[in-house]
Design a binder for this molecule. Structure first.
Ligand code: NCD
Length: 359
């Protein structure tokens, strides 16, 4: 087990004041980049990308280079020892001894948490399966703060693959911590937001409505967060094809949207936003991707200067009980200690948040 570092696995592991500080720093970096040129000189960031990525990986790399630091890593596990069968524990242990901060993206839920248990430096979750994506959320929060000038009193429409979209899960959890936000969850029956995220909204006294029509929702929104149907998370091609073209935002639909509504998208865009919408001044997804560099600069700097230490695991194992989520990292890397939070008959896997029935 590692001795504990200021990891970023889930934004909700930190207080809202910490998020706000990073957003403020991101704003300052955007306006005064010359003040941050060499602040990470001599530091090394490793990127372990077990899943495809363009923006997240390159914005992290750009961020570290702009701070004066250096980068190592892989974006294609088949050219690393992972291809020879090396487990996550050994890769993390070794690469964390080469670097000062480790950024990981992995197809299995809970993988960043698992990596943090053995890492000898801070681990940042750059997306773990369909679970969470905290650094995209920080990007989204900076974008909202810059473009809407607030993170509260917003009506946010989230449209598309709300079931598998990790950016959606992290964003809902975060925005529900600011007062008076209202969520309009636009999806088909099969791609609804998972119960554990809806529970967070309820616990935080957030209003939310689940609807199926994008057209009917548009007039009420301050923000429309479009998402791609996550093809790689579907069990079969048929199931994906049945969902694929349900929601397409085009110029005609945009006629129904308020003049000051903004359109965000974590990207990559596939068919869900017609190219013609790019010329609409409300389409801010490319600017959003640019904000991703400033916020990641702020994050790297903050984590490298932080003294926070997280306990490795806070939950407990139950004899013979495994996580019921087939994509949970604990069902692939069997040496990992199982750990569940909560009491009673239903507990939550500490890696992937899946609810597990004990009896
Ligand atoms: C997202 C992701 O990887 O979850 N992209 C990103 O990081 N900007 C969204 C997606 O893949 O649909």
């Amino acid at each position: 087990m590692s001795k504990g570092f200021p990891h970023l696995i889930d934004l909700n592991d930190y207080p809202i004041s910490w998020w706000n500080k990073i957003i403020k720093l991101g704003h300052d970096i955007k306006n005064n980049p010359q003040d941050y040129l060499d602040v990470c000189k001599g530091k090394i960031m490793a990127t372990l990308f077990y899943e495809p990525s363009t923006r997240t990986q390159m914005s992290f790399q750009t961020a570290m280079i702009r701070l004066g630091g250096s980068i190592i890593g892989f974006d294609n596990p088949s050219t690393s020892s992972v291809f020879k069968g090396e487990n996550l524990k050994d890769t993390t242990k070794v690469i964390s001894s080469y670097s000062d901060i480790l950024i990981i993206r992995h197809p299995n839920e809970g993988a960043a948490k698992a990596a943090s248990l053995t890492s000898d430096c801070p681990v940042i979750n750059a997306g773990d399966g369909g679970h969470l994506h905290p650094t995209q959320t920080l990007t989204d929060l900076l974008t909202l703060k810059e473009e809407k000038c607030r993170l509260d009193n917003l009506v946010i429409g989230l449209c598309g693959d709300l079931k598998n979209g990790r950016t959606v899960h992290s964003l809902c959890k975060a925005l529900s911590c600011y007062p008076n936000n209202h969520f309009v969850l636009i999806s088909t029956e099969d791609l609804k937001l998972p119960a554990y995220v809806k529970d967070v909204l309820t616990v935080n006294n957030c209003k939310f409505t689940e609807v199926s029509s994008l057209e009917e929702s548009l007039p009420s929104l301050d923000v429309l967060y479009m998402t791609r149907i996550q093809k790689e998370r579907f069990a079969s091609e048929e199931e994906y094809l049945a969902e694929k073209d349900t929601y397409i935002l085009d110029r005609k639909k945009m006629l129904r949207a308020p003049k000051d509504m903004i359109i965000l998208h974590p990207l990559p865009r596939v068919e869900e936003i017609a190219i013609e919408v790019d010329d609409d001044k409300r389409a801010l997804y490319f600017k959003q991707a640019e904000y991703g560099v400033y916020i990641r600069m702020a994050l790297i700097l903050t984590i490298l200067n932080s003294k926070t230490i997280f306990p490795n695991l806070v939950g407990q194992p139950y004899l013979g009980v495994a996580c019921s989520n087939p994509k949970c990292i604990t069902n692939y890397e069997h040496y990992l200690p199982k750990s569940f939070r909560g009491i009673g008959d239903i507990v939550e896997c500490e890696y992937c948040d899946e609810r597990v029935l004990l009896k």
